[in-house]
Design a protein around this ligand. Structure first.
Ligand code: CMC
Length: 425
């Protein structure tokens, strides 16, 4: 992969820095020789640092391109089921018919959670945020699957991945049911992945005939696909970093859920709906945009570290939003509000100069609301879907030799002091 070198000239000495090429994207400069020169590299926010090689997902931010295992996201969202995308993320390509049947059966075999796990929910207040519950409960899975987990065993790693993908809808629905004070619904394995999730969310024992609307099943499945993976973002990097210590994978995923919760990352979907609530009506949009430009608030659901043209997920999400509202006959004034915000932002020099475009979170909340999912559950939906991406990266890392993740720092604290006893201070 190394074809040419970059040169580092420091303190009068020249060092060769090999340049490496992946299959797509910017070449990378191997900076290990910087250490020989007695320096560290400095890159706050990891804006230009690639700590891993990965073959799972590729993003070209300039082109607005997102590929999973080489397949464009819009093609996957329109034609593949979420579980097929999970298969591709885990194993490298979309499944053939036999592989698909086998994988779906394996996932179905793991949808239930240990009955003892219910006790963990009872430790939470009913008004706890569902993300807080999810972090705790997913972390608690490590207590159920630790002793017999050998991370050097490929089969153990695979079953862990399948368990996580299978159990996340069950746990997500339990988080919701718990905060509602409703009984948990057992998974129904004759249902598809998205249908089963919606069933566990909205069915109750009082209504055994409950039927999930197929329009919502399709939309939910597409939303899962649009959130499945996004290469080395903050939460995936967190999962990799935690995993690099050899930690229990359920604990690593719990760490990823924690990182996702922030409003700059997955928490933005909840923040968008709160923002639309706060703006209220289209007449207030101009005033709100002035507040954004005065940097008093951020326009949530806008901007991205990598996309500087458009977020291809947002495009599919907007189309899905239109389809769902249309199919359900909903005329949501918040959609009009969101479109007005987008219209102004795409014309206003403040946003244009900074390459700020709607991201995946901008329209997802409006669809989730139409499906009947409450705002506090939005980021839980993201975590459910992103689990396939997180665990695929964890698997990829564990499939070849890796080093513990351990960044350096530029120390700016006090230089050496001499200890003074308390009575003399
Ligand atoms: N509203 C207003 N101004 C913004 C926004 C925004 N949403 N995003 C960035 N800017 C401005 C920012 O103030 C800065 O301006 P200046 O150069 O004058 O200081 C400039 O644009 C560059 O922003 P940055 O903060 O350096 O960009 P970043 O790459 O560090 O941050 C981001 C990316 C996603 C954290 C940020 O755009 C943001 O906070 N957006 C709102 C939250 C959001 O929607 N997050 C979801 C991201 S997509 C889902 C996911 O994968 O997590």
């Amino acid at each position: 992969m190394t074809e040419k070198n970059a040169k580092l000239l420091v303190d009068g000495k020249e060092y060769d820095l090999p340049i490496m090429n992946g299959t797509l994207g910017n070449p990378v400069i191997d900076v290990s020789a910087v250490q020989q020169a007695g320096y560290w590299t400095y890159d706050p926010g990891f804006k230009v640092t690639a700590p891993v090689e990965s073959a799972i997902t590729f993003i070209d931010g300039g082109k607005g391109q997102l590929l999973h295992r080489g397949y464009p996201i819009d093609q996957l969202a329109d034609n593949a089921e979420y579980l097929e995308v999970c298969y591709a993320l885990l194993y490298g390509d979309l499944p053939n018919k036999a592989q698909k049947d086998e994988f779906y059966a394996k996932v179905q075999a793991h949808t239930a959670v240990h009955d003892q796990l219910r006790k963990f929910f009872e430790g939470f207040r009913r008004d706890a945020h569902p993300m807080a519950i999810m972090i705790g409960v997913v972390g608690a899975l490590s207590a159920f699957y630790h002793n017999d987990l050998d991370l050097s065993d490929e089969e153990h790693r695979e079953v862990t991945s399948i368990r996580l993908i299978a159990k996340m809808p069950t746990i997500a629905a339990m988080c919701y049911k718990y905060t509602r004070g409703e009984p948990f619904m057992y998974p129904r394995n004759s249902f598809s992945y998205a249908e089963n999730f919606l069933y566990m969310m909205f069915a109750t024992p009082a209504d055994p005939e409950y039927k999930v609307n197929p329009v919502l099943v399709k939309a939910m499945d597409k939303i899962f696909t649009l959130h499945a993976d996004h290469e080395q973002n903050a939460s995936t990097s967190t999962v990799r970093l935690a995993g690099s210590t050899g930690a229990n994978p359920y604990a690593c995923i719990s760490a990823g859920i924690g990182a996702l919760w922030g409003p700059s990352h997955g928490g933005a979907n909840e923040a968008v709906l709160n923002m639309l609530d706060e703006i209220g009506t289209v007449e207030n949009v101009a005033e709100f945009m002035e507040k954004v430009k005065r940097r008093e608030v951020k326009l949530m659901g806008f901007g991205h570290r990598v996309y500087k043209n458009f977020d291809p997920r947002a495009k599919v999400m907007k189309e899905t939003c239109d389809e769902v509202l249309d199919a359900l006959g909903i005329d949501d004034p918040q959609l009009e509000l969101a479109m007005e915000l987008e219209r102004i932002a795409l014309e206003d020099p403040y946003f244009v100069e900074r390459n700020l475009y709607p991201n995946v979170d901008f329209y997802s909340g409006i669809i989730l609301k139409a499906i009947g999912i409450p705002t506090s559950m939005f980021t839980v939906m993201f975590a459910l879907a992103r689990t396939s991406g997180w665990i695929s990266h964890w698997l990829e890392m564990h499939s070849s030799p890796f080093k513990i993740g351990r960044p350096r720092q530029m120390y700016t604290g006090e230089t050496e002091r001499t200890f003074v006893k308390l009575e003399d201070r």
